[in-house]
Design a binder for this molecule. Structure first.
Ligand code: MD3
Ligand code: FE
Length: 216
C-alpha cells in the first residue's frame, strides 16, 4: 500500500469496542444505528434489483447455500473452475456502484484514502453457513477487509493463519462492523449459524453481510 494510504490516527472515529485475542481483528459493536441500518437495507435492495442474488457453484460441485451478489468494479464469483473476481454479474450487466453510505463506513473504520473495489453482499437464510476459509483472491493483503452485519445474529468463528488449531467464536449483531487488518488479514474464518428471528430489520428474516475488499 502507498504512503498516502497510511492510516491517520484521528480519522477512524470512535475506537473499536474490542480487539480480539487474534491481533488485528477490530470489532466495532453497533457501529450503525437502527435508522442507518434500515436506510442501508433500502439502498441494498436497489443494488439487488439491478444485480440479483445468485447461488455460486463451488469447485466441489455443490452450489453455495449463501446467496450473493456484488457492487463495485469487481464482484466475487465462483464456479466449477474455481474462485475469482469478475467485472460482470452472471446476467452480463456490470456490477452496480458501491453505495456512498458503504464507502463512508469503510473510510470511517479504516481511515484509508483508497476505496474498496468490491462490496460482496452475502445473504444467509436460517440454514445457510459458511465453512472456514481464507480470503486470498486479492492482490495486496496489506489492505484490510471490512465486514458489516445486518439482520439476524450470526455465530462467527475465527481461527489462525493456518488451517486448524484453536478457534474463537463471537456473535455478530445487526449494525456491527469488523475490520480484519494486519496479522488478522489471512486468518481462517467462517459462519457456523445464524439465529433466526433475532432481528426485525429484514421483514422476512435472514442476515446480510457486506464484505469490503481492495482487489487489485
Ligand atoms: C477476512 N463472509 O464472504 S465477513 C466472505 O459473514 C466471508 O458473510 C463472512 O467470510 C460473512 O468471504 C464473514 C468477513 C470476514 C471475517 C473475518 C475475516 C472477513 C475476513 C478474517 C480475515 C480476513
Ligand atoms: Fe471470508
Amino acid at each position: 500500500m502507498s504512503d498516502k494510504d497510511e492510516r491517520q490516527p484521528d480519522d477512524t472515529g470512535p475506537a473499536p469496542s474490542a480487539d480480539l485475542a487474534v491481533r488485528g481483528v477490530q470489532v466495532f459493536r453497533a457501529r450503525l444505528g437502527v435508522s442507518e441500518q434500515s436506510d442501508l437495507v433500502a439502498t441494498l435492495r436497489a443494488v439487488i434489483r439491478a444485480a440479483p442474488l445468485f447461488s455460486p457453484m463451488t469447485p466441489y460441485g455443490r452450489p453455495m447455500r449463501v446467496r450473493m451478489t456484488s457492487a463495485g468494479r469487481y464482484g466475487w464469483y465462483s464456479d466449477r473452475t474455481g474462485y475469482r473476481y469478475r467485472t460482470r454479474h452472471p446476467s452480463g450487466v456490470e456490477w452496480p456502484p458501491i453505495p456512498p453510505q458503504v464507502l463512508e463506513i469503510w473510510s470511517g473504520v479504516t481511515g484509508l484514502a483508497r476505496m474498496p473495489d468490491c462490496c460482496l453482499i452475502n445473504f444467509y437464510d436460517a440454514q445457510a453457513r459458511m465453512g472456514m476459509h481464507q480470503d486470498r483472491d486479492e492482490a495486496d493483503f496489506g489492505y484490510p477487509v471490512v465486514s458489516v452485519s445486518l439482520g439476524d445474529d450470526a455465530l462467527f468463528r475465527i481461527g489462525n493463519t493456518t488451517r486448524g488449531g484453536k478457534t474463537e467464536s463471537l456473535w455478530l449483531n445487526s449494525g456491527d462492523v469488523l475490520v480484519m487488518g494486519g496479522e488478522s488479514r489471512l486468518i481462517y474464518h467462517g459462519v457456523d449459524r445464524v439465529r433466526p428471528g433475532s432481528s426485525t430489520l429484514l421483514p422476512r428474516g435472514g442476515r446480510i453481510n457486506l464484505t469490503l475488499r481492495v482487489v487489485d
